[in-house]
Design a protein around this ligand. Sequence first.
Ligand code: ZN
Length: 145
Amino acid sequence: MPEQQSVPVIEGLLDITDEVGLIASVCSACEAIYLPQTSRCHDPLCSGVDIETRLVGRSGVLLSWTRQIYEPPAPFRMQDWSPHLIGLVEIENGLQVIGMLATDDESVLGYRADMVLTTRSLYRNDDGDDVVTYAFAPAPQGAAQ
Ligand SMILES: [Zn+2]
């Protein structure tokens, strides 16, 4: 029986081969970070043409959170959907990313709490693979950022 794999929900969104990271485009001229990936710099004052791929968002701080109590419309898909926490997390260069939280315990959350990137299972695809998206988890106690 083939081993079950984890696969990203969207190709090019996150890298889960080693440590989890969001796949961003970075302008080599002005260091602007783009999520999702882009093929060019969108800063009208930047003449940069070289875009490199970089993994970002492995850690950040929580800015806000809420409990999502309605099931989002298609194409969102999640097996055994139930209300869950989502959060706004500030990562590199002040970039703010919205994502699911990997906890259902609001008592462990706080403004500017340290968060780390992880994955959260969404559903099992037709190949039996575990389809995952990124999620932010409270950083382990004592893990300085
Ligand atoms: Zn640029």
